[in-house]
Design a protein around this ligand. Structure first.
Ligand code: PNS
Length: 160
């Protein structure tokens, strides 16, 4: 069976934690669609196009990964594109309630849609895009937190 999964998120910007989850999903499934989406409770620092561009470069060595963006509900997009599985990373107990809520809501909207969680790599449990933004905007070293190929662009953009 050809299985396509979706990894949705804000990716504002992509971190090594995101890349770890995407890379592991790409090994497990035939195709991974990474979706750069609107989270209505957040105001993004990077534009959608910037976030997609950074992700495209970060996954350029993964041939079965595509980057997309769309407006509207994730559950609807999955229904219309025949995607039956969402893959997300779980870093800590603090992620659980929010992720659980989204998984249940998505399943209510699209009963055929499953959410699978991959446990975050030990080095990424503390890591988030907001930590990267905070450190980067104060000129701190973010090289341990973001993919090397996009480090300079993210660091320069955050220093602005
Ligand atoms: O990286 P984030 O911000 O935790 O990702 C959250 C995201 C973008 C996956 C979520 O807000 C989302 O799915 N947005 C698309 C609109 C939607 O379907 N909202 C209902 C979610 S239950």
């Amino acid at each position: 069976m050809n299985q396509t999964v979706i990894c949705p998120g804000s990716f504002d910007p992509v971190t090594l934690g995101h890349l770890d989850i995407i890379t592991r999903a790409a090994k497990m499934f035939d195709r991974v669609v990474v979706a750069v989406l609107v989270n209505s409770s957040k105001t993004p620092t990077f534009s959608t196009e910037e976030r997609m561009e950074l992700l495209r470069d970060a996954v350029s060595d993964l041939p079965n990964v595509d980057i997309v963006s769309f407006e509207g509900l994730l559950a609807e997009y999955c229904k219309n594109s025949g995607i039956g599985t969402i893959v997300k990373g779980l870093r800590a107990v603090s992620d659980f309630e929010y992720e659980f809520q989204m998984a249940i809501a998505n399943k209510k909207l699209n009963p055929g849609l499953e959410t699978m969680f991959l446990t975050a790599d030990a080095d990424s449990t503390f890591l988030s895009s907001s930590v990267v933004r905070e450190i980067g905007s104060m000129g701190g070293d973010i090289s341990n937190f973001v993919p090397a190929c996009v480090h300079d662009r993210i660091a320069a953009r955050l220093r602005k």
